[in-house]
Write a protein that binds this ligand. Structure first.
Ligand code: M6R
Length: 624
């Protein structure tokens, strides 16, 4: 959570920082701030406010229109200043300690130190007491305590002060620091919370994630934990805490330089929904050889799939919902023992994990701290971990034994869409590979399964063409306060995700329920004011699902059914239907999910909400 940027170089510092913060805003959008210094100037100026980056732009513009002008931005008359070279740091906040206010926004400045922080300093109270820092503080944040401590230890040697400070901190942190007397050098260090950095034509930069860098370059490195990185306009210097120089390990992102833009769509969520056919094809095709699933290019050995006796999937939110679909596939096809664990509960649930357990961790960002900690725990217990991740080089990827990357490209909207369907695509491949290796499928059966998987981009494409029909259905839900989503088996799994999507972007209270379970309690809540969304995509469950749908209809609920086209029959005369292209039942998750994503999207956008940045949320959850 929280977006961080640092830049030193010859370009317009203020604009680089503000543009980057806009791209990082999905990590937190309670408040924003920058600190800038023009080359050769002593003073570091801080501009910050509660609100969005657009509000911060206003603050900077107003500062620039008076006698004071934001350093690092071109002036009207003064030649030297207009060169704009210099350095700066910036931050978008997701509030943890201290409410949403101007004072609590980052950067925090104490004495010679100006600092932004991502993470949580758990022992901030003890630090205030132990070092008598109270008098230095003007905010309620844990971050300012870190700034005050750093300032206390600073006697002209940034490395020494950082080392001494870090030795006293408990918690997770990425700290990015400017020292008043250190010219245009930026320093960073971290524990758990990620920082990536690069040296490119425009100068040196760092950020909490790649999204902010990939406008400039696709070469970057991950700053290792407990190291210090110094950024200068023409050099980067990485050292460990003993002062030894360390060569940065550059990686190449395969994201296009402009792929983090909206491409003409009003919201990232719509753009990302529309990108799914391509993203899924990109995820599947490089892993199909001779019609069979193949992970040799990913370096994943077959023994991982043959030696295990049970599977444990660890994930949060949408990624966990992808795991629930995988669970159904593993049970029905592989007949293996499998559990899907909420990463945040995992360590406290006495999980049954050993050397015979294959752990599959799923995460779009690769930074979700609950999932990261659960992976570390499982590996300590002897399990092998294969992760399904979108962001290359992310923390969970680095902690795992093996990684299968989804090739979804950057996902910016807080509501996860293309990450989910590409995670599903990887799970279909894993299940097929395991079925082949464990003798459950013949070669021909595996090829036929993979051919069906390869049809999913087109099936989703068909759904996307129906976006107007789905928009019409969305229009009927705008007034709902509560809503139920009902289905059985895989339909229930699909709806858990559909329901999460709807509630997080539209703020309608939506509950997914296994439809057979409704009559054991929740049906008491069904009235004519409680619309019901049903999914009917599994032929063998259809008659029972329809009985349950009749039960809610009889209680006055308006029902819309997302249904596999070939089984819709004459239901259209009785119900509002969205027909989904035909696939084998186990693959119907793909078209159905895309349809439910569109439903959530249109409800939110028609209500006039900021679809990409739902209240209280952030894209990357790096606090426990
Ligand atoms: O980056 P991750 O996949 O680990 O994130 C997990 C969840 O935080 C994420 O899926 C969340 O539930 C989404 N906002 C849902 O749309």
């Amino acid at each position: 959570m929280c977006g961080i940027i640092g830049y030193t170089g010859s370009e317009n510092v203020k604009e680089i920082l503000l543009d980057a913060l806009e791209l990082l805003e999905y990590r937190g959008y309670d408040s924003a701030g920058i600190a800038v210094r023009s080359r050769g100037m002593q003073q570091v100026s801080v501009y910050k406010c509660a609100g969005r980056v657009s509000d911060l732009r206003e603050v900077c513009a107003q500062a620039g229109s008076g006698t004071e002008r934001v350093p690092g931005s071109p002036g009207q008359n003064d030649g030297a200043f207009a060169r704009t070279a210099g350095c700066g740091i910036g931050h978008t906040r997701w509030a943890t300690h201290g409410g949403v206010s101007d004072a609590n926004a980052h950067p925090h400045q104490v004495g010679a130190v100006t600092l932004v922080h991502n993470g949580i300093i758990e022992n901030y109270r003890e630090l205030i007491a132990d070092y008598d820092l109270e008098g230095d503080l003007v905010s309620d944040t844990d971050t300012e305590v870190a700034a005050a401590l750093l300032n206390r230890f600073y006697e002209g040697d940034p490395h020494e002060a950082i080392r001494k400070t870090v030795a006293k901190l408990r918690g997770t942190f990425a700290l990015v620091v400017m020292f008043a007397d250190q010219g245009d050098v930026i320093y960073t260090t971290r524990n758990v919370s990620p920082v990536v950095a690069t040296l490119c034509d425009q100068g040196a930069m760092l950020a909490s994630d790649l999204t902010a860098l990939c406008r400039f370059t696709n070469r970057y490195f991950v700053v290792p934990e407990y190291h210090i990185l110094e950024l200068r306009s023409d050099a980067v210097r990485l050292t460990d805490f003993d002062g030894n120089e360390v060569e940065p390990e550059y990686l190449t992102a395969d994201w296009e330089l402009n792929s983090a833009g909206k491409n003409g769509y009003p919201f990232y969520m719509e753009k990302e929904i529309m990108e799914q056919p391509q993203a899924i094809a990109d995820t599947i095709e490089e892993r199909v050889l001779g019609g069979l699933p193949d992970f040799s290019a990913d370096g994943v050995p077959d023994e991982l799939f043959t030696d295990c006796e049970r599977i444990c999937i660890i994930a949060c939110g949408t990624a966990r919902h992808a795991g629930l679909v995988a669970q159904a596939l593993v049970k029905s096809i592989l007949h293996m023992h499998i559990e899907v664990e909420m990463a945040s509960e995992f360590m406290y649930s006495d999980p049954v994990i050993d050397q015979k357990t294959l752990v599959l961790a799923v995460s779009q960002s690769g930074e979700t701290i609950d999932t990261l900690e659960a992976v570390k725990y499982a590996r300590r217990r002897g399990a092998k971990c294969l992760s399904v991740i979108n962001v290359r080089g992310s923390s969970i990827a680095r902690e795992s034994d093996y990684v299968l990357y989804t090739n979804a490209g950057p996902e910016i909207a807080v509501a996860s869409t293309k990450a989910y369907t590409t995670q599903l695509a990887v799970f279909y491949l894993i299940v097929a590979r395991m079925a082949l290796l464990r003798g459950v499928f013949t070669t021909e059966e595996t090829q036929s399964y993979i051919r069906e998987l390869q049809r999913t981009p087109d099936a989703i494409g068909e759904v996307l063409k129906k976006k107007r029909d789905i928009h019409v259905v969305a229009g009927k839900l705008l007034g709902a306060k509560d809503l139920f989503m009902v289905g059985r088996g895989l339909d229930y799994s699909i709806l858990l995700e559909g329901s999460l999507k709807l509630k997080e972007v539209s703020y309608i209270h939506s509950e997914a329920y296994a439809s057979g379970e409704l009559k054991h309690g929740p049906i008491a809540l069904i009235t004519q004011d409680t619309p019901v969304v049903a999914s009917v995509t599994q032929e063998k469950l259809m008659s029972k699902e329809l009985s349950n749908i009749k039960e809610v209809r009889s209680r006055g609920a308006d029902v819309v059914i997302f249904i596999k086209e070939s089984i819709a029959g004459s239901l259209e005369e009785e119900y509002e239907l969205i027909k989904l292209p035909d696939m084998r039942d186990e693959f119907m998750v793909m078209p159905a999910s895309a349809a439910l994503q569109l439903l959530a999207y249109y409800v939110s956008s028609d209500k006039g909400f900021d679809v990409d940045k739902p209240r209280n949320l952030a894209k990357v959850v790096t606090v426990e």
